[in-house]
Write a protein that binds this ligand. Structure first.
Ligand code: ADP
Ligand code: MG
Length: 256
């Protein structure tokens, strides 16, 4: 039997002496679509970086398909929250997606192969940006830019896709396009989505993890008021794009 796609046991990550996350235990099954929510500074981005091997682990273990982070043979696609890509840089959408094919330890004589060109072209089509392949990135909308980053993340042929707030600062139509795309991608890969968007949580993901330095909740994607209050540390009103009834369950179990 296959093990989980991601196995996290008692994980703590500190920046200098300060813990960002502590004691996190989380399993993500193959084919799962997991949503992660939590307040700013709750450690969501840090958790994704720990899975990628981008931050040192203070204690505990992380395994991705049975290997330690950064070492795993199975490639992981990543859409970061903040990209180092400068929007003013004179580069086309097609060229950015191609950079997803760059290998580690790049040689000065590196050239993309025909396969690299074919695959990135196919991915651009898959994310619905075919007509914009030669567009400068400075001329893309927020939603187009995010879908370009998803295409770039897919260029490694990932089995696991990590996305860090891909719908922040995009309009409603683009947000829907991104969720439709992720649902399609989830048919062939495991997805972990960090989001502030409670609409995504209630209508798309299979399971939910709530992170506030530690894991407050992990389970079905229906939030109760108790979970939300312990997650944000205070009572909060949830307004999820006009569909709060699908997000919060009353103590009695009826949907609000
Ligand atoms: P989230 O993504 O949930 O907003 P982060 O994982 O970005 O949370 O941050 C968790 C905590 O770790 C925060 O207190 C943040 O200030 C701190 N932190 C994040 N990255 C660094 C870093 N590179 N150096 C020092 N502290 C950091
Ligand atoms: Mg973050």
């Amino acid at each position: 039997m296959n093990g989980p796609a991601v196995h996290i046991d008692n994980l703590s990550v500190c920046y200098r002496q300060t813990p960002a996350i502590s004691g996190v235990c989380l399993d993500v099954s193959e084919g799962e679509y997991l949503g992660i929510i939590g307040p700013n500074g709750g450690g969501k981005s840090t958790l994704l970086k720990a899975i990628l091997g981008l931050v040192p682990i203070s204690s505990g273990t992380v395994q991705v398909y049975g290997d330690s982070p950064g070492n795993h043979k199975t490639t992981v696609g990543y859409v970061p929250q903040f990209t180092s890509l400068d929007k003013r840089f004179p580069i086309t959408l097609g060229e950015v997606v191609l950079t997803g094919r760059l290998k580690k330890g790049l040689s000065p004589f590196f050239r993309y192969t025909q396969k690299d060109y074919d695959l990135s072209h196919q991915l651009i089509k898959q994310v619905g940006l075919e007509s914009l392949e030669n567009r400068q990135i400075s001329e893309l909308s927020g939603g187009e830019f995010q879908r370009m980053l998803i295409a770039r993340a897919l260029a490694v042929n990932p089995k696991l896709l990590l996305l860090d707030e891909p719908t922040a600062s995009v309009d409603a139509a683009s947000r829907d396009q991104i969720y439709t795309l992720l649902a399609e991608l989830n048919k062939s890969m495991t997805i972990i989505l960090v989001t502030h968007d409670l609409f995504a949580i209630s209508s798309h993901v299979h399971r939910l993890a709530c992170l506030n330095g530690h894991l407050v909740y992990h389970g079905e994607p229906q939030l109760t008021e108790n979970i939300v209050n312990s997650l944000y540390g205070c009572p909060v009103d949830l307004i999820a794009h006009g569909v709060p009834h699908r997000v919060l369950r009353e103590h009695g179990g009826n949907l609000l």
